[in-house]
Write a protein of this length. Structure first.
Length: 268
């Protein structure tokens, strides 16, 4: 607990010390605002990781499909599931199922590793924690790319599905805690940047006795300018971010992982 608190205090201090140039505003076209019965959740969408899944989430939000839906399966220390029009597992929208987007290609020049466990590397792409194969693959490739995937850390947003890989549709889930066993098995489409505390307040149950709901789900760009949250994340290329990583790595020691690093966020 002391170590976690120290890391959080370090991040708070860095937020105040980082110059304006170290902050990267989120694109309102790729920011999802979810007002729930427990409070607001803001998600940074990740079209580079999962373009079809991100497009589907935005489409369903704009159609109003998500408005009023229950968190129908909530497991403490694991996930909040929602997004099924019938408020239970197995429900789908009127749109066709999606192909899996479990991995993606990443240009090595667009990526700065945070750590290198075993034969892989971990870091961030925008707000989303990711893992890649060894950089040696980039050396061998003809286009300078490597295979990468979203890391299921706290706050990561995933696409639900049935048993078959190509059955993602409308169900979405948010991680209450890390569960890296989901990596490369479920599509990552974003990361909660504001409201992880709200994610963890959603009432637990399968289904909950009194389910919480998504009251309104909107793409930030569609909101009136006066209501639109303006969110920035600390750039992973900034000196303040590298200082944060060093501090967290020092606190965690051999147990350090990418899930221990929470990107500082600023809401104007």
């Amino acid at each position: 607990m002391i170590r976690k608190l120290s890391a959080a205090l370090c991040a708070f201090a860095l937020m105040g010390a980082a110059p304006a140039s170290d902050w990267r505003p989120l694109d309102p076209q790729d920011t999802l605002v979810i007002d729930t019965t427990q409070g607001r959740i803001i998600v940074a969408l990740a079209p580079v990781l999962a373009p079809q899944s991100v497009a589907r989430v935005k489409l369903l939000a704009r159609e109003g499909v998500y408005d009023g839906l229950q968190f129908h399966r909530v497991i403490d220390g694991f996930v909040d599931q929602t997004g099924n029009p019938d408020n239970r597992d197995g429900g789908v929208s009127s749109h066709p199922d999606l192909p899996p987007e479990f991995t993606f290609k990443l240009k090595i020049t667009d990526y700065l590793a945070v750590s290198a466990p075993s034969d892989a590397t971990t870091g961030f792409l925008g707000a989303v924690p990711i893992q890649t194969v060894s950089g040696q693959e980039a050396v061998r490739s003809t286009d300078g790319t490597i295979r990468a995937w979203g890391a299921y850390c706290p706050g990561v947003a995933g696409m639900g599905r049935q048993a078959a890989d190509d059955t993602g549709n409308s169900e979405i889930f948010f991680m209450r805690a890390a569960s890296r066993r989901l990596d490369r098995d479920y599509t990552v489409w974003g990361k909660v940047v504001v409201g992880l505390d709200v994610v963890r307040l959603i009432k637990v149950g399968e289904p909950p006795a009194d389910p919480d709901r998504m009251l309104k789900v909107r793409v930030a760009a569609d909101m009136p300018a006066a209501e639109r949250p303006r969110v920035s994340i600390l750039s992973d290329r900034s000196p303040a971010f590298r200082t944060l990583v060093r501090q967290v790595r020092s606190a965690k020691g051999a147990d350090f992982s990418i899930c221990d690093v929470e990107l500082p966020v600023r809401v104007d």
